[in-house]
Write a protein that binds this ligand. Structure first.
Ligand code: FES
Ligand SMILES: [Fe+2]
Length: 332
């Protein structure tokens, strides 16, 4: 139990909620698109954190995510064309390879060199569980979210669900606090009394006995006897988040019938869990002024532990990330 007499005399301090818009966003793996949305030959532009990116596939099908603005005059390269493995800006036809380096400037004479600063920031990217994940750093701080190794994926049917959850409350990752807010699980969701000790690592935090692991501040691995789920979120420009949940379900020997049954089970689980863990929260979170609150009690100890972890979590602005990469200081 978290709320024991030992703690009841102690005031629980809520850490300051950082103004992440000034400090930049947490350095995490962010789900930005489903694999099926990025067709070969197509460039998708997307606002990403406090910047903008383009997403495309090279001729081998490998996904690349780069800062969106051409280094020449700043055209949004979502208007560019994929040419082989590169993207070509429509304005003056500069071309950039998958590593972001400019490979061609047609107006240059044969003796002229391509300026070394003509390089787009190329983000670390991984395609996993039919989702494209992007890390806002020079190098990822932890592995891309996935099911645990104890889950044999060859026996699993898995399915991705995506939802736009619009709400005004900040910080945008406020949904993640829910799994550490044991009081609301019982009061709002009627899930009964729960409390777990919290295990804090550098880039993850979770229930000490297993069950829930949060990577960064935005992705959750949930394992229960009923199901295995990986969830992740990326902030929406207007507030709230684009949320993804991937459910895996054992399909036994993998016959057509077993796979169909597993898929039906997954649909049922998704609807059920959305009803009990998302739908009740959204109207409340939409009104929440998180910074106006802050009087915590012993039952909030796990929540406070998560908030302290989130407060100390590394952040970076897109401008700092790009400038750092250009000057080779490797921050992030
Ligand atoms: S703005 Fe892109 S090539 Fe000139
Ligand atoms: Fe909730």
């Amino acid at each position: 139990m978290v709320a024991t007499a030992k703690f009841s005399q102690t005031a629980i301090e809520r850490p300051e909620v950082a103004d992440y818009k000034e400090t930049g966003y947490e350095q995490c793996w962010y789900p930005v698109a489903q694999s099926k949305e990025i067709a070969p030959g197509k460039i998708v532009g997307q606002d990403f954190l406090d910047g903008r990116v383009i997403i495309y596939r090279d001729t081998a099908g490998q996904v690349h995510v780069m800062a969106a603005y051409c280094k020449h005059l700043g055209t949004d390269l979502s208007l560019a064309k994929v040419v082989g493995d590169a993207v070509r800006c429509p304005f003056h036809a500069w071309e950039y390879g998958p590593d972001g380096v400019c490979t061609k400037i047609p107006s240059l004479g044969s003796a002229d060199e391509i300026p070394s600063r003509a390089k787009l920031f190329s983000y670390p990217v991984e395609e996993n569980l039919d989702i494209i994940w992007v890390f806002n750093g020079v190098k990822p701080l932890y592995p891309v979210p996935t099911f645990t190794r104890s889950v044999d994926m060859s026996r699993m049917t898995f399915k991705v669900f995506e939802a736009q959850e619009k709400f005004r409350a900040e910080p945008w990752w406020i949904f993640t606090t829910n799994v550490f807010d044991f009081q609301h699980l019982s009061v709002l969701h009627g899930l009964g009394e729960m409390a777990f000790e919290i295990d804090v690592q550098d880039y993850s935090i979770g229930y000490a006995g297993g069950g829930i692991t949060v990577w960064g501040v935005n992705c959750t691995l949930g394992i229960s006897p009923q199901r295995t789920m990986v969830g992740g979120g990326t902030p929406l420009p207007g507030g709230g988040r684009k949320g993804y949940r991937v459910y895996a379900f054992d399909h036994g020997s993998g016959s057509k019938k077993e796979i169909a049954e597993a898929e039906a089970k997954i649909d049922e689980l998704y609807e059920h869990e959305t009803r009990i863990i998302v739908d009740d929260d959204v109207p409340i979170i939409d009104t929440l002024n998180y910074k106006a609150g802050g009087v915590l009690v012993p039952a909030d100890r796990a929540l406070a532990t998560f908030l302290r972890y989130a407060q100390q979590y590394p952040r970076i602005t897109t401008a700092e990330l790009i400038a750092g990469a250009e000057h080779g200081n490797g921050r992030g």
